[in-house]
Design a protein. Structure first.
Length: 366
């Protein structure tokens, strides 16, 4: 998800950087330097991810955890093993941990060990079992539609209200609405309920696992509808929705994130130069990892990857590519400001610098 923000991880950045503006001129615009100074304090973030449990209390259609062989890794539940792993991760320069799974709330003691070693991190959960308050990581609660859809696709009843009961008023919590091809209209109903309860909301886009044959996969048409819904909700609930117009462009483009920006995770990036290709690891529940499979959403089809967690690393890493003109750079700053507010405790999103959509560098807007 999160990565060092850098312009030259692949060696391509310098060549593709067609600068007509001086960077100092771009920063001279009112508000831009301030936002730049705000986000650059977090350039030190270097993430890795950890599967905390191979169990889940529900079973969702299209879950990428239960694809591939990571689901069969044994669970190492030994607290000392986890403590040693966290200490070793710190020693090799990791500064941010993403606890995922299957379902991390089923392993709260292990989550607590990670938190004690790392002040910064996040937990991806379905929100049905509350994570103890002393584990002060960001908590991302997955929402896949209204409760009828959750009952059908996730086999869980009254899901949204149970999630809200667990996390209402909790500064750790961000609800993550995943747009599939068939829940787009439902987001309005879900956002209204979340806003009524004062909850924060951001957006994800369903990214099909390798070999997926179900009907949740997006088409160009549903991507366009998703983009419109995102933009409408940004306007309707500015105090609740953590997103920006450029987030909408990047995640609903006809091209996936890898095509648009070049994915920097080891699975798509053979480089072991400094950067995500070298530092990122995705540990399974047995505490092993496999460089060839390592990314924040393993077993996702790269051609269909529009995942919010992937974008947090893939888009933010391309700073120089966005520094060719003020509009594109402001859009990139909004993207980074958004992702920091979603992933970092006590980081608060500012108003978006740009209220209109910008095309990704060297691409059309859709
Ligand atoms: S809640 Fe998450 S881990 Fe569990 S089945 Fe659903 S998508 Fe997979
Ligand atoms: S699935 Fe996404 S994040 Fe993972 S390697 Fe492919 S493009 Fe990168």
């Amino acid at each position: 998800m999160m990565s060092r923000i850098s312009g030259n991880q692949t060696g391509k950045e310098t060549n593709s950087f067609r600068k007509e503006w001086k960077f100092s001129e771009i920063l001279a615009e009112r508000g831009v330097r301030e936002r730049w100074e705000k986000v650059r304090k977090y350039f030190f973030l270097r993430e890795s991810t950890y599967d905390m449990s191979n169990r889940c209390n529900i079973r969702c259609e299209g879950c990428y955890y239960y694809e591939g062989d990571k689901q069969f890794a044994a669970e190492n539940k030994n607290p000392d093993s986890w403590r040693r792993l966290m200490q070793a991760e710190k020693a090799r320069g990791i500064t941010y941990v993403v606890l995922a799974g299957a379902e991390p709330s089923l392993a709260p003691d292990l989550c607590r060990i990670c938190f004690k070693e790392f002040p910064l991190g996040s937990i991806a959960t379905n929100g049905l079992k509350a994570i103890p308050a002393d584990i002060n990581f960001k908590i991302h609660i997955s929402v896949w539609g209204n409760d009828d859809t959750s009952a059908r696709v996730r086999s869980a009843k009254n899901m949204l209200i149970r999630q809200i009961e667990n996390y209402r008023g909790d500064p750790r919590a961000v609800f993550v609405y995943t747009f599939t091809s068939n829940n787009i209209d439902q987001v309005h109903e879900v956002a209204a309920i979340l806003a009524e309860h004062g909850c924060k909301l951001t957006f994800n886009v369903f990214s099909a696992p390798v070999g997926y044959r179900g009907d949740l996969r997006h088409t160009p048409e549903t991507l366009g509808e998703t983009r419109k819904a995102m933009m409408d909700l940004l306007t309707a609930y500015p105090g609740n929705v953590l997103f920006s117009p450029y987030n909408a462009v990047a995640h609903t483009h006809r091209k996936g994130l890898h095509d648009l920006y070049g994915c920097s995770y080891p699975r798509r990036n053979a480089s072991t130069d400094i950067g995500l290709g070298r530092s990122f690891r995705q540990y399974r529940t047995d505490l092993n990892w496999d460089r060839a499979a390592a990314c924040c959403v393993p077993d996702t089809d790269c051609d269909d990857c529009r995942h919010y967690a992937a974008g947090s690393a893939v888009v933010t890493a391309r700073m120089f590519r966005h520094a060719g003109d003020p509009q594109t750079f402001k859009s990139w700053l909004d993207y980074v400001d958004t992702y920091l507010s979603v992933w970092v405790m006590d980081y608060h999103k500012g108003a978006n610098l740009s209220d209109r959509m910008a095309a990704p560098p060297e691409n059309e807007i859709f």
